[in-house]
Ligand binder design. Structure first.
Ligand SMILES: Nc1ncnc2c1ncn2[C@@H]1O[C@H](COP(=O)(O)OP(=O)(O)O)[C@@H](O)[C@H]1O
Ligand SMILES: [Mg+2]
Length: 240
């Protein structure tokens, strides 16, 4: 479904932040990228969403080359970003966030309507007339994800979606992410902690200093290894 090859990107010439990263998301599922602060998780997700242009490498979604597309074109191609830190629009209400953002793709999958999204995130239904700053952190995160899902994506990029949330609220958010593949939406989630990633994802990659590990199966020995070594794992070169 998504094929990323040798992706290199940075903010300054000659100092790449993400270094020759390759991975595949074969079918709709939940995939996690785990890495410590500064590893390059946000940089990688922003590149996939079109906010940064890669220095080299390619991104192919459903057979279509989407490398370096501008954000609105990437959205139309089926990539949606729920950014780290939520970044809601301060002057808009919850209802307006969900109606201003419209489906950008048209295919034969039934998209998620506003009603569907309020079913997924019931707390938002009671907050429709409130502004972002009046919401709790959990509600803000739910709205950030709901807004991204409104574009009818094929791939949702969720950047630290449980950051700063109480465990019970974090569980609600991850439960929704866990269900999205059944609705035809693949999820690529960036997380700072291995235990959250192994609980949520079908596959985990570790990103350390801009280099990505081989995919790890969160069940069994690999997950144990990931947890034991946490984020001090040395990264192995990507293998096909
Ligand atoms: N806008 C920016 N300009 C310059 N450097 C940046 C910018 N954003 C991030 N960086 C640098 O890129 C590296 C990776 O950051 P980031 O992608 O935010 O990592 P993570 O999301 O894993 O914490 C860090 O060294 C950070 O300082
Ligand atoms: Mg980040």
């Amino acid at each position: 479904m998504l094929h990323v090859r040798d992706l290199t990107v940075g903010y300054h010439r000659d100092t790449p932040v993400v270094r020759s990263v390759s991975f595949d998301l074969p079918t709709p599922g939940v995939y996690a990228i785990v890495g410590p602060n500064g590893a390059g998780k946000t940089t990688l997700l922003h590149t996939l969403a079109g906010h940064l242009r890669p220095t080299s490498g390619s991104v192919v979604l459903d057979g279509r080359d989407v490398t370096g597309l501008r954000p609105h074109r990437a959205a139309r191609a089926g990539i949606a970003l729920a950014p780290q830190g939520r970044r809601l629009w301060p002057s808009l209400t919850v209802a307006e966030h969900l109606t201003v953002t419209r489906p950008t793709r048209h295919d034969d999958r039934p998209g998620l309507s506003v009603e569907d999204l309020l079913d997924l995130f019931p707390p938002l239904a009671t907050r429709l007339r409130h502004h972002g700053h009046q919401l709790s952190g959990g509600e803000q995160q739910m709205l950030t994800i709901a807004r991204a899902l409104r574009t009818h994506p094929r791939l949702l990029l969720a950047d630290e979606p449980t950051e700063g949330l109480a465990p019970r609220i974090a569980d609600q958010v991850t439960a929704v992410l866990r269900d999205l593949p059944d609705r035809g939406v693949a999820v690529l989630v960036a997380l700072p902690h291995a235990h959250a990633a192994t609980a949520l994802a079908d596959r985990v990659h570790v990103l350390t200093a801009g280099r990505l590990s081989v995919p790890l199966d969160p069940d069994g020995e690999q997950a144990n290894m990931l947890l034991r070594h946490h984020l001090t794992l040395t990264t192995a070169p990507h293998r096909e």
